[in-house]
Design a protein around this ligand. Sequence first.
Ligand SMILES: Cc1ncc(COP(=O)(O)O)c(C=O)c1O
Length: 462
Amino acid sequence: MSSQPMDADVYAGLQQSARDHLWMHFTRMSSYDRADVPVIVRGEGPYVYDAHGKRYLDALAGLFVNQLGHGRTELAEAAAKQASQLAYFPLWSYAHPNAIELADRLAGYAPGSLNKVFFTSGGGEAVETAWKLAKSYFKHTGKPYKHKVISRAIAYHGTTQGALSITGLPDLKKEFEPLVPSTFRAPNTNFYRAPEHGDDLEAFGRWAADQIAVAIENEGADTVAAVFLEPVQNSGGCFPPPPGYLQRVREICDEYDVLMVSDEVICAFGRLGHMFAGERYGYEPDIITCAKGLTSGYAPLGAMIASDRLAEPFQHGTNMFAHGYTFGGHPVATAVALANLDIFESEGINKHVRANEGAFRATLEKLLDLPIVGDVRGDGYFYGIELVKDKATKETFDDEESEKLLRGFLSKALFESGLYCRADDRGDPVVQLSPPLICDQQHFDEMEQKLRAVLQKAWSML
Ligand SMILES: Cc1ncc(COP(=O)(O)O)c(C=O)c1O
């Protein structure tokens, strides 16, 4: 249940250095003026341990990353072996065996004609790469004005300036404006708060997809290069695609010659019980962006996987896609990815997710008896729990209440209870769950019990 606590002096030194020097990401640094920075030192299976030796269930897989759980020595050994053999070489006009083998393997998993793999160091870079490819492709094929992107409200696609421009979260963007121009928003698939067809999921999906066509028409199809969407949108708290939605988006993209980019930075590699989401929902995008679970987080790696058609203009004469990253397709990261995918196969990880996702859903749905739980939604091992002030009217919390509830209480209380997950209010307030894919009923129960206790307390404090 616990592990050895860190020496008190070492711990005090780390706290001081963290305050003095470590700039944490998306972190209000002042939160740690009077509180300790949580220091996680070790992981084993779906659990992590802090410097005091306290155990937490890692119900967010780090950051939607750790598919196989912590402490997998096979992955650590694959990294060590590769680092001793060839630590680094770029993919700029050269190759190494791991990158070649992994590209071949990803092309095999990806749907249809998505056969060309461009490696990056992470998800945001994959999104940048996809937009740049879309622009460049149309320039090479006689449609030079096609450059704009349609994406969906509240969607997160990364923090680099292009990916942030595609992101649909105004509060995240405003300090960095002006961003890359030419991105436009369409509705997401939040059925719980459907502005139209709230009683008919399929009709709602059709409407939401058709709004993408409206956005394309409004901008002029000859200026729009791509639509970026996640199969299940994370931000806002897990919006799965209604039946027929992704197929309708595909039709619209074909009709207007706009590329469909499936941002699977979270959804790929087992999160939805398949390597890629196309297999689950039956659609074929033009581009997939992926990262995170590709290595289960044992090394940083991302990829953009493009169709043969998009790569074609770059296969001849002096043409090239003038784009790259020093660490894209790093030998150690690709070695880890290969070992990770080997384990997916040998341990039947996707099958395990498909066999257990119903139990995960059913366990989380028990929480619907709490007055604060408005909706439980998601697919695979990827869920959002929306919190409401009034279940009957679906009334949500105002900014002040949300601040008090999520930041002031929930995030801390959940962590103190031994559950690492995320309380988020980038849309309406939600708790996000995305556990390692090795989890089973005992872990689902642990999540439900800890959430129940903390959410009951939150409700009593309102
Ligand atoms: C859908 C999606 N796209 C892109 C990104 C950006 O990935 P990264 O943080 O690796 O740059 C994320 C990160 O969470 C994401 O969820």
